[in-house]
Design a protein around this ligand. Structure first.
Ligand SMILES: [Zn+2]
Length: 120
């Protein structure tokens, strides 16, 4: 599923404790923490530490990666020249935000609804 999981198995990389805490906090802020496995969090923490990108179709991992400023690509799009642009879109009022790594809230500032990633 993830490029970094493969790397994990080959190189037995261990994420730094600070990086792990960092992504755990981000995952808590985005509300994705409950849907993420310890391996998912390790992968995210490793990406923070190494600067690698993550290839995943897991929406929660994508969401936390966005918050952490980790570059990611959908697995389905790997090797395909078409590149998707993603935006954050409020499920309530439809307000959109450009990709900004510094946004860590998953709540719309206007109506308080959940913000999801959507394809442009
Ligand atoms: Zn809204």
């Amino acid at each position: 599923m993830h490029l970094l999981i493969e790397q994990l198995e080959i190189n037995i990389l261990t994420p730094g404790g600070d990086d792990l805490i960092h992504v755990e906090n981000l995952a808590r802020a985005t509300g994705d923490i409950n849907g993420l496995s310890p391996v998912d969090l390790d992968v995210l923490a490793l990406a923070v530490g190494t600067g690698d990108y993550i290839a995943t179709d897991d929406h929660r991992i994508q969401n936390v990666a966005e918050s952490a400023g980790i570059p990611w690509i959908p697995v389905i799009g790997k090797g395909i020249s078409e590149k998707w642009d993603w935006i954050r879109k409020c499920r309530g009022c439809g307000k959109t935000w450009p990709k900004m790594p510094d946004i860590i809230s998953n709540e719309c500032s206007d109506c308080g609804s959940e913000i999801r990633l959507a394809r442009k």
